[in-house]
Design a protein around this ligand. Structure first.
Ligand code: FAD
Length: 369
């Protein structure tokens, strides 16, 4: 039974590309560039090596740029390390790639990142409270860029995402924009736009940092790729902006929580800096204005079938999140997991409800709407 009831609030976006570009250029981008260098934000806690729940490993990760380098973690803040566990053998056989800096820490310590309540997010497949086999990855040393991951393995993931998890839009999304969304209800549009926006973002990162010449190892931007995969498709550009605004909306809604949270990595000065930057970000008045409202999320899930529809879309997003364990390239999997976790957290902030259909008190407490 189709649980959708059609009203159209997703298309009525509130501000133009120029305003978004201005805000990004003047405020967000410079702040975020600094924030991602601080220890609290540059280390990402993740379970990277899980079996794909849908099909056997197709072993595509053969290129050097594909792998996340696992090395001795001498640069890690002391408080990240458990006593006695932080000295790894000098000749770590896994890391022979000429990158001496630590990128992955296999040890965890409850003293770091304290003050953050770990909650299992119903929108994502990984159990965020399960610390087993979790590692910290230094994102600064594993930039999202071209890795050479392409062909049937990558295509299989995108096909599974679009055909099984955004089914109403799959056959239509290659048609003109007017036809593409057809009668689809706004809630399903949100899911499709988020995934398509994520796809545009991944393609943009590949184009921005591309291996131009393998023999000389020359890297640079690939404008043809950017044009072919993103810019010449109006929908893909729109969806990129939509996803950007969606996450921004979640950040502004969680402003009070982010303001009060502890950014404890064990490096006091750096942690103070992270907090200072976060406060600048969430209190900037320009970010609080209408541009951070891509649609009014309170208008979604209101019809009779609302709760069932929410469950259906939550399950679809969880499936997409589970598919990240099937990505056959470590670095792509790392960034896929990080970005899907970011979207899942935004979905939780904006849409979570308890069993009675009321806004989830945990999320309410957390984000102080
Ligand atoms: P693909 O990007 O694979 O697209 C497949 C089809 O999807 C297209 O033919 C088109 O019909 C449709 N499509 C494309 N873009 C959109 C959009 N925005 N909205 C809607 N539909 C669209 N490669 C790297 O080099 N570095 C990475 O970090 C990386 N990360 C990845 C992360 C994930 C989770 C996945 C699944 C793949 C990743 N890849 C990465 C691979 C990369 O996304 C491409 O699959 C690969 O470069 C091959 O591209 P392609 O031209 O075949 O088209």
């Amino acid at each position: 039974k189709d649980t959708c009831e059609s009203t159209d609030i997703v298309e009525e976006c509130c501000c133009d590309y120029e305003s978004i570009n201005d805000i990004n250029g003047a405020i967000l981008h410079p702040l975020l560039q600094e924030l991602v260098k601080t220890p609290f934000f540059r280390y990402f806690k993740v379970k990277l090596w899980c079996d794909c729940p849908f099909w056997p490993d197709d072993g595509m990760c053969r290129m050097r740029d594909c792998s996340v380098c696992e090395c001795p973690e001498h640069e890690f803040p002391e408080s990240f390390k458990k006593p006695l566990l932080h000295i790894l053998p000098k000749d770590d056989p896994v890391c022979q790639e000429g990158k001496p800096e630590a990128t992955v820490d296999r040890t965890l310590d409850a003293r770091s990142f304290r003050g953050w309540v770990e909650v299992d997010n119903p929108w994502t497949h990984d159990d965020e409270t399960d610390n087993g086999e979790m590692t910290y990855v230094n994102l600064q040393l594993n930039a999202e860029r071209y890795t050479g991951y392409t062909g049937p393995s990558a295509r299989r993931i995108w096909d599974a995402i679009y055909t099984e998890n955004c089914p109403r839009l799959n056959l239509q999304n290659r048609l003109s924009r007017a036809d593409a969304y057809g009668e689809t209800c706004p809630e399903k549009k949100v899911l499709f736009k988020l995934i398509s926006g994520l796809h545009s973002s991944i393609s943009s990162h590949i184009a921005a940092d591309y291996l131009l010449d393998e023999t000389t190892n020359k890297w640079g931007s690939n404008l043809n790729l950017m044009r072919d995969r993103v810019l010449k498709h109006r929908d893909r550009v729109e969806n990129l902006y939509f996803t950007f605004l969606f996450v921004l909306r979640a950040v502004t809604k969680a402003a009070a929580y982010l303001d009060q949270a502890e950014y404890d990595s064990g490096n006091h000065m750096e942690d103070l800096r992270a907090q200072f930057l976060i406060r600048q970000l969430v209190h900037d008045s320009k970010l609080q204005d209408a541009c951070a409202l891509p649609f009014d999320e309170a208008e979604l899930w209101q019809g009779q079938g609302g709760p069932m529809l929410r469950q259906q879309i939550q399950n679809q997003f969880r499936n997409i999140s589970a598919l990240m364990d099937c990505v056959g390239c470590e670095k792509c999997r790392l960034w896929g997991k990080l970005q899907v976790l970011g979207l899942g957290t935004s979905l939780q902030i904006l849409f979570s409800v308890n069993d009675q259909g009321n806004p989830d008190p945990h999320v309410e407490d957390a984000v102080k709407i």
